[in-house]
Structures are given as structure tokens and as C-alpha cells.
Write a protein that binds this ligand. Structure first.
Ligand code: FMN
Length: 208
């Protein structure tokens, strides 16, 4: 198996981390790799807001998982992850880029409503995937998770401008030695779809 196939097949979301910190240079390297992800019009309108160490990371959890809710939270060792990367997308950067002379004829410089697909979300997602694979390649654990609680408080605490979309958060760190190798979420029990179920050849048809 090639290294690429190995990394892709082995990547699983990690939800239990060891608290050891990560070298900030490693985060820079992951982001350098992610900066090579495809980007519409090479706009590269995404950002990584990195929270490092117990103080910064603790402030995130204090807002999104208040103390009184922690007893019933399933993934207690998720809070040990030494790094949280908030992935941000900048829709306006795409509107601006597609208003430039070489893209003007697309009409996409008119505003975000003109876009049939949100390329800012797509670009940031491709970059996030690269970070997940880079973490796997480095022997680290990673979890991409949503921000569902108190988004406006998170924005305020970490000074995230309203114009930036929060795509999600990536927890990064060494996997916990104590827990199961990679603790499974309930959704992990769902069977993976086979290529035969995913692919329609030649024309769309309902699944076989
Ligand atoms: C857009 C997106 C949002 C996700 N949000 C969460 C989340 O909030 N919490 C969580 O534990 N996992 C989250 N996941 C991880 C999925 O549950 C996980 O990828 C899926 O169960 C398949 O498992 P695997 O990635 O380990 O193969 C998210 C994944 C994606 C792509």
C-alpha cells in the first residue's frame, strides 16, 4: 500500500487526547501543507485561528461546554487536546476575487447570492481535510467538530469578525494512551458506503 493510501485508510476521528503540547512549528507545517489544497481562483480565503495551551483552549471549552454540562459529556478527554484550530472562511474574499478582470465574466463578483456553490466553504473544507491527513501522517490524533453552542460568545472571546464563517474546529494532539485506540462515535457504527453505492455511471439513477 502506498503511504497515501495508508494515511487515508487509517485516519479516524480521535476523541480522547493526551495533554502534552505540540510544537507550534508542527502546526505551521500542517497549515503550509493545507495551503496547497485546491482553492477557487486561488483565492485562499480561509484562516486558521489556533488556540494553544490550557489557558486558550480552556477558554474555548468554558464557553462551549460549561462546567455544569461536563458531567454528562461523553468525550471527557477531548478537553485534553492541547490545540484547537478554528477553521474560518471569508466569503467576501471570493466575491472580490471573482470581480477581478480575469473572473468578471462569471458574474460571481456580484455577491454571495450569485454563487451556485459556496466555494469559500469548499476551499476551507479541502484545507481542513489536508490538516486531518497531515495529523494522521504525523501519528497525531485529530477531530473535526462543529461549533453548536454559544457561537457569538466564541466570536467575541477570540475576536472573530462577523464576516468570517466558522467552518468548524479541529482538535489536535497525541491520542490518549489510556482510552480505546480511537474512541468511536455513534455515527461510526453506520456502514461505510461502497463505491458501487456511491457511483452512478453514465447518468443519474436511483441506487441499485
Ligand atoms: C462536517 C463534519 C462535522 C462533524 N462534527 C462532529 C462533531 O461535532 N462531533 C464529533 O464527535 N464528530 C464530528 N464529526 C466526525 C464524524 O462523526 C466522523 O467523521 C464520522 O463518524 C466518520 O468517522 P471517521 O471520520 O472516524 O471515519 C464531523 C465530521 C464532519 C465532516
Amino acid at each position: 500500500m502506498t503511504e497515501f493510501r495508508h494515511v487515508v485508510r487509517n485516519r479516524r476521528m480521535t476523541r480522547a487526547f493526551a495533554p502534552e503540547g505540540l510544537d507550534p512549528a508542527l502546526i505551521d507545517e500542517f497549515v503550509d501543507l493545507a495551503s496547497r489544497a485546491p482553492s477557487a481562483g486561488k483565492t485562499q480565503g480561509w484562516h486558521a485561528l489556533v488556540l494553544e495551551g490550557p489557558e486558550q483552549v480552556g477558554r474555548y471549552w468554558d464557553i462551549t461546554l460549561p462546567i455544569e454540562k461536563r458531567a454528562s459529556f461523553r468525550w471527557t478527554q477531548l478537553l485534553d487536546a492541547p490545540v484547537l484550530m478554528i477553521v474560518l472562511a471569508d466569503p467576501d474574499a471570493y466575491v472580490e476575487r471573482y470581480g477581478e478582470p480575469d473572473k468578471e465574466r462569471t458574474g460571481l463578483g456580484a455577491g454571495t447570492e450569485a454563487w451556485p456553490a459556496p466555494y469559500w466553504t469548499i476551499d476551507a473544507s479541502m484545507a481542513a481535510m489536508t490538516i486531518l491527513l497531515a495529523a494522521e501522517d504525523e501519528g497525531l490524533g485529530a477531530l473535526f467538530f462543529g461549533l453548536f453552542q454559544n457561537e457569538s460568545e466564541v466570536r467575541q472571546e477570540f475576536a472573530v469578525p462577523d464576516r468570517l464563517q466558522i467552518i468548524g474546529v479541529i482538535a489536535l494532539g497525541l491520542p490518549a494512551a489510556s482510552g480505546e485506540p480511537k474512541e468511536q462515535a455513534r455515527s461510526a457504527d453506520r456502514p461505510r458506503r461502497s463505491p458501487g453505492e456511491i457511483i452512478r455511471r453514465g447518468r443519474w439513477q436511483p441506487s441499485a
